[in-house]
Design a protein around this ligand. Structure first.
Ligand code: SF4
Length: 546
């Protein structure tokens, strides 16, 4: 594509600009697009119109003079002249057109006028919800407005700062990007009076889409039409049937161990916002698809994380959240079991480390306190476990490789968590290589390691300990090789079930005051983290277990 073509502004981008400058910036500059039911409904409306009237054209127009490109869906001859028609599913603004719709038809008229070489006098917007057609005069004034909008669009595109949230809150309720923009959460930060009985809520409670784990060796993932197809090895030898999942219902595909995925399925996943992740058979994260783009978001991230004070402040909040969660879990679950006072002593010492976290003058001191608190936590964890479960006896944390079944299960669950946090980091468009607490000492991405600290206890330690105490783990769930212990295919299946079930449980955010699944909480925390360096700090790392 020639540079001049690449720099043409879409007419739909001007529509977004007139609606909300932040919406324009998120969609056009940061390239974030969310196709929700309203977008699909709009498409259906346009497609349905095609056959109704023969007096239309659908033509893609570009103008170097205007610096615009757009698709005029409906062009009709009315009252002796050419009229650009725009169809809208919603209602008109009283007897008038909405400002954004008005600008859109003016832009189409400008493109048409240049293309046909004769003046266009009028555009029309047809509102289907209240069955009204509004006429938009095409005048010098109208074109002056169009020029001003194009200039503003170019100005915004040249900055790395996101515009503020819209002053008119009603716009956000209908905005498809609200779950990404989080306007209500941002307003809450600056609010004087917050109505706690009616907490703001534009971030969806749950993601209905599923995560497809491919755990059977030799399975192949492909694509057929709009479906993701998982073919187990035995089916290629005349055995089991392939499993089919509608693409729109899949959030991510996770390939465990020696499994395959076709290029077509990868392309489909990228085009449909479906994550693809590769794990070793032992659960170690190998790789994930990172989409292109997000230049402005990464730029702000690098700028923010170059500030040592910001990193220290974020790391303190993160460490505090992690240690407080460990403390709560120990205290709540050791009642009546701590006959030797091991947990009580650990809790006392962890509280001292927590005070050290608060006072730490630098990040190395902070890491020392957080690390010591972690050691104390694991030293007391056996108190919470049913001692009759010999197989899952825990005598201390070890990994790479795990030396006993409990550590094998612990590591596997943390790998699943790491994958999910990585997916959230990628989905928000941050660079996982740049964190604020962990240093790049292994192949693991520091930012994902940072964020997962918030979720280790709640998403894996708690369900794992509960499953041990329910006697759910058996010898066949593990594979032993000399000093190493791994989860067997059955063990992996059980761990995935426990973890995925836990993710669907709901949790109420202590500051935002609304409930959401833990699965969504991961993405929410990453979005709140991004706000720390994007002008609205203060909401990240409030994650606490109840
Ligand atoms: S949610 Fe509100 S502030 Fe955010 S882009 Fe949409 S309209 Fe603008």
């Amino acid at each position: 594509m020639a540079d001049s073509q690449a720099s043409l502004i879409r007419v739909m981008a001007l529509h977004a600009l007139a609606y909300c400058e932040r919406l324009f910036y998120l969609e056009e500059v940061e390239e974030i697009r969310v196709a929700d039911h309203r977008v699909y409904a709009g498409r259906t409306l346009h497609e349905a119109e095609v056959d109704v009237d023969g007096e239309w054209q659908s033509v893609q127009l570009e103008s170097e003079t205007w610096g615009l490109k757009g698709k005029v869906d409906y062009v009709r001859y009315r009252d002796g002249g050419v009229v650009a028609f725009e169809h809208k599913r919603g209602r008109s603004c009283g007897d008038d057109a909405w400002e954004s719709d008005r600008l859109q038809v003016i832009a189409y008229a400008a493109l048409l006028e240049e293309h046909l070489g004769k003046p266009i006098k009028e555009g029309r917007v047809r509102y289907h919800a209240n069955n009204k057609t509004v006429r938009v005069p095409i005048s010098e004034d109208a074109f002056a407005k169009l020029k001003a909008a194009i200039a503003r669009a170019r100005e915004l595109a040249a900055t790395v700062q996101r515009p503020p949230v819209a002053e008119n809150e009603k716009l956000c309720a209908k905005c498809s990007l609200a779950p990404v923009c989080l306007p209500e959460e941002e307003r809450l930060l600056h609010a004087v009076d917050v109505d706690e009985s009616a907490p703001p809520r534009l971030f969806p409670e749950d993601d209905e889409r599923r995560i497809v784990h491919v755990t059977e060796e030799g399975s192949r993932v492909g694509k057929s039409g709009e479906q993701i197809v998982v073919t187990p090895r035995e089916s290629t030898q005349g055995g089991g049937e392939p499993h089919k999942f509608p693409g729109r219902d899949v959030a991510a595909i996770v390939l465990h161990g020696p499994t395959q995925i076709s290029s077509q399925a990868i392309h489909y996943a990228v085009a449909h916002n479906i994550g693809v992740h590769w794990l070793t058979g032992g659960g170690q994260y190998v790789a994930g698809l990172i989409p292109a783009g997000g230049v402005q978001r990464r730029h702000r991230q690098f700028e923010g994380l170059r500030d040592a004070q910001m990193c220290l402040s974020l790391a303190k909040r993160l460490a505090k959240a992690k240690v407080e969660n460990q403390l709560k879990f120990l205290m709540r679950n050791s009642r009546g079991k701590d006959t030797e006072g091991i947990a009580a002593q650990a809790v006392k010492n962890m509280r001292a480390e927590l005070r050290g976290v608060d006072r730490a003058p630098d990040i190395d001191t902070l890491r020392g306190h957080e690390g010591m608190a972690g050691k104390l936590y694991f030293s007391a964890l056996p108190v919470l476990l049913d001692q009759s479960q010999e197989l899952m006896r825990f005598t201390g944390r070890n990994r790479r490789p795990p030396e006993d079944p409990f550590n094998a299960a612990l590591s596997f669950g943390y790998s699943l968590l790491y994958r999910d946090v990585m997916a959230a980091v990628i989905c928000v468009g941050l660079d996982p290589a740049f964190g604020f607490f962990h240093t790049p000492r292994s192949a693991a991405y520091p930012l994902a390691l940072d964020v997962m600290e918030l979720f280790r206890v709640v998403l894996w330690d708690m369900p794992l300990v509960a499953s041990v105490n329910r006697a759910q783990w058996k010898e066949e769930h593990f594979t032993r090789t000399q000093k190493q212990v791994w989860l067997s295919p059955d063990g992996r299946k059980q761990a995935i079930e426990l973890y995925e079930k836990r993710k669907q449980e709901n949790w109420k955010h202590p500051v935002l005051k609304y409930s959401l699944s833990y699965a969504r909480a991961m993405e929410l925390e990453v979005r709140l983290l991004e706000k720390e360096w994007s002008g609205s700090p203060g909401l990240f790392a409030n994650m606490r277990i109840r």
